[in-house]
Design a protein around this ligand. Structure first.
Ligand code: IFM
Length: 455
C-alpha cells in the first residue's frame, strides 16, 4: 500500500471524511415503485450516445442493496455519505402527483445512514430531470425552477428534520453546458441561447430551493456544488490570459456571480448579448440564495488560448504532456489548492467541502485484489493539496471521495471505474481496492491524531 506523509493534524478535528454517489449512477431499479422516466433513461436509449448502449437500469443495484452498501461505508470508517435523491422517484412526471414509495425509499435510506452513525449529505439534483419536464422544454424553461422548488419542498417536508447537510445542485456547468451546449450528456441539445437560459433557470431554482430549505429544514446547512473550472492560459501571451479569465466568466461566473452578486458577468453581454436571459425582479437574490457552504468538485484544470474567430473568443487546448487518468484527464493536484484560494478570495467564501475528487484507472481484479497504485497516489496528492489550502487559511470542513464503488459513469457507461471498491457487475460484489484500505487508514490516523492532541 502506498506510503503517505500527509500532515493530517492540520485538518480540523471535526473534518468530515466521506464518499459520494449519485442516484442514477448506482441505484438501478429504474422502473420500480412508480419511478418516472428521466432524461438519462432516454439518453441511454438514444443510439450512439452512451458507450455500448449501457444504461442505469441495474447499475450497482443499490436500490435493493442499500443496507449492505451502508454497512460497507461503516466498515470503511468514514463519517459521512453524500447521496442524491432521484426527482423522478418523487414526482414521476416532474410535478403534480407525488409517488410516496419514492419518498419511503429515501426515508429508509436516511434512517439507515443515521443508524450507522454517519452524517447524510443530500443532493437534491444530480442530473436526472424527469423526462416530461424536458419534453416541455427542460432547464431552459423558466417554470422548471418552480417545479424544482416544489420537489425540494416535498423531499424536505419528509426528510428535512434529519438532514444536516443539503445541496441544491450538483455541477451546474455539466447540467447546462453538457446538456444544452455541447450535447455530450442528457438531454444532448446544442444551442448557446438554451444553455444560458438553462443557467438562468438553475440559478433561480437555487434561490427558490434555498427558501424552501430554510422553511422545511431550518436546522440544515445548505449549499451548492460546482465543478468550477480552473482555467489556465496555455501560454504566457497576454491574450491567452484574457481568454482564461473569459472562460471562467463563461463556465464559472455564469453561476458564481448570480449566486454571490446577483448578476451575470459583463463580458457575456459584450460578446453574446442575444443569448443572455431576461432577468426578472427577485430572480437572482444573493441574500436568499446565500449558501452556508460551497461544495467544490475538482478533477482537472482546463488550458485555454484566445481565438478571435469565435463568438466567445477562446478555445480549449490539450493539457501539456504529463500524467493522465483513464479518462484522459491531466493530473494537477496543485490546481485544487489554487482553486480554493481563488474562490475564497474572489467571493469571500467562508466554508468549503470538497464534495468530489477521485480518478478512473484501468483496474485489474487479480486474485480478489486490485492494486491501484495510481489511484492511491492521486488520493494522497489531492489530500495534500487540500491540506496546503487549509494551511493558507481556507476553511475546508470535509472531503468526499468519488466514488465509494465503481458505477455508471454517464456516457462512458460502466467502462470507467472511479471506485475505492471494485464493482464486479455480474455478481454485484464490492471488492476493496488498495485505495479503500489506504483511505480507511488515513481516516483512522486523522482520528488518532486528534485523540492524541486532546490527551
Ligand atoms: O461521475 C461523475 C459525477 O457524477 C459528477 N462529477 C464527476 C464524476 C466523474 O466524472
Amino acid at each position: 500500500m502506498t506510503h503517505h506523509s500527509l500532515d493530517l493534524k492540520v485538518l480540523p478535528k471535526d473534518f468530515l471524511w466521506g464518499v459520494a454517489t449519485a442516484a442514477y449512477q448506482i441505484e438501478g431499479a429504474t422502473w420500480a415503485n412508480g419511478r418516472g422516466c428521466s432524461i438519462w433513461d432516454t439518453y441511454c436509449r438514444t443510439p450512439g450516445k452512451v458507450y455500448e448502449a449501457h444504461n442505469g437500469d441495474v447499475a450497482c443495484d443499490h436500490y435493493h442493496r442499500w443496507e449492505e452498501d451502508l454497512d460497507l461505508m461503516k466498515e470503511l470508517g468514514i463519517d459521512s455519505y453524500r447521496f442524491s435523491v432521484a426527482w423522478p422517484r418523487i414526482f414521476p412526471r416532474g410535478c403534480g402527483e407525488v409517488e410516496p414509495r419514492g419518498l419511503d425509499f429515501y426515508d429508509r435510506l436516511v434512517d439507515g445512514i443515521l443508524r450507522r452513525g454517519l452524517v447524510p449529505m443530500c443532493t437534491l439534483y444530480h442530473w436526472d430531470l424527469p423526462q416530461e419536464l424536458e419534453d416541455r422544454g427542460g432547464w431552459p424553461e423558466r417554470d422548471v425552477a418552480d417545479h424544482f422548488a416544489d420537489y425540494a419542498e416535498t423531499v424536505l417536508r419528509r426528510l428535512g428534520d434529519r438532514l444536516p447537510l443539503i445541496v441544491t445542485f450538483n455541477e451546474p456547468y455539466c447540467i447546462c453546458f453538457n446538456g444544452y451546449y455541447n450535447g455530450s450528456q442528457a438531454p444532448g441539445r446544442k444551442n448557446l441561447r438554451l444553455t444560458h437560459h438553462a443557467a438562468h433557470t438553475l440559478n433561480r431554482a437555487h434561490v427558490l430551493a434555498m427558501d424552501r430549505i430554510r422553511a422545511y429544514a431550518p436546522g440544515a446547512k445548505a449549499g451548492i456544488v460546482m465543478n468550477t473550472t480552473l482555467a489556465l492560459p496555455a501560454t504566457d501571451r497576454p491574450e491567452d490570459r484574457v481568454a482564461a479569465e473569459l472562460l471562467m466568466d463563461w463556465e464559472d461566473r455564469l453561476f458564481l456571480d448570480p449566486l454571490f452578486r446577483g448578476r451575470y458577468p459583463e463580458s457575456l453581454y459584450r460578446h453574446v448579448p442575444e443569448s443572455m436571459p431576461e432577468i426578472r425582479e427577485g430572480d437572482l437574490d444573493p441574500v436568499r440564495g446565500e449558501p452556508d457552504f460551497f461544495g467544490l468538485n475538482y478533477y482537472f484544470p482546463s488550458y485555454v488560448v484566445a481565438d478571435p474567430t469565435r463568438p466567445i473568443p477562446l478555445r480549449l487546448v490539450d493539457a501539456p504532456a504529463g500524467p493522465r487518468t483513464a479518462m484522459g484527464w491531466c493530473i494537477v493536484p496543485s490546481g485544487l489548492t489554487e482553486l480554493l484560494l481563488r474562490l475564497r478570495d474572489e467571493y469571500a467564501i467562508e466554508t468549503f467541502y470538497i464534495t468530489e475528487n477521485g480518478s478512473a484507472w484501468n483496474d485489474v481484479l487479480e486474485d480478489g485484489a486490485v492494486h491501484d497504485e495510481e489511484r492511491q497516489k492521486f488520493l494522497v496528492d489531492h489530500l495534500g493539496a487540500v491540506i496546503e489550502a487549509v494551511k493558507q487559511g481556507v476553511d475546508v470542513r470535509g472531503y468526499y471521495a468519488w466514488s465509494v464503488y465503481d458505477n455508471f459513469e454517464w456516457t462512458f457507461g460502466f467502462a470507467k471505474r472511479f471506485g475505492l471498491y471494485y464493482t464486479d457487475y455480474p455478481t454485484q460484489r464490492r471488492i476493496p481496492k488498495d485505495s479503500a484500505r489506504l483511505y480507511k487508514r488515513i481516516v483512522e490516523e486523522h482520528r488518532t491524531e486528534n485523540l492524541s492532541q486532546r490527551c
